[in-house]
Design a protein around this ligand. Sequence first.
Ligand code: TYD
Length: 212
Amino acid sequence: MGAGRFITFEGGEGAGKSTQVARLVERLRAQGIEALSTREPGGTPNAEALRKVLLEGLQEPLSPASEAMIFSAARIDHLDKLIRPALARGAYVVCDRFADSTRAYQGGTLGTAFIDGLEALTVGATMPDLTFILDLPAEDGLKRADLRRGSGKVDRFESETIEFHRGLRTAFAEIAKNNPQRCIVVDATRHIDTIADDIWRVVETRLLKAHS
Ligand code: TYD
């Protein structure tokens, strides 16, 4: 009990996070490990309801601070009801986006002190054991997101300016630089299988072998 591990995937739009989350969970399960995949914003019924509010738009835009707080409210529900209980029973939790997304997406306008405080209140000690930051140029990611969406509607963040998306890449690089023990930057321009193999090697060395 209590031997669970928490792994998150981060990056800009269209970086291929959800594919890599699914690949990793598959590989962990093939080793006989209880592994579950989840996402943010979302992961629990309440947090999925807040996801709709955050991504599908409201009558008028939220202020940056209230947007960050709603992402955090969704995160608290997710942590309390799904992530912490799973970790406590020894499962691996693999999450598509987590607190680093708030820092990268909302932090630009709110600043470090606000985000540090909010993160401490929201996440506390439940920071990920390992975070993969899938890195690629903003233009490439947006192109992929366009293809994936087809004729669907762009969401709140996909419709941001190219400068905003370029800034995200810089913000994630900064997070990786400040958290070298936890964060691994992965070149996401490569083939899906190559990326999955790289990620698996890191998980094997850093978590499976280290704790066997
Ligand atoms: P999603 O469809 O999951 O996007 P992606 O496939 O790129 O992960 O939508 C999540 C969006 O919400 C994405 O644009 C990033 C944004 N987001 C924040 O702005 N702050 C946050 O704290 C989180 C978790 C996500």
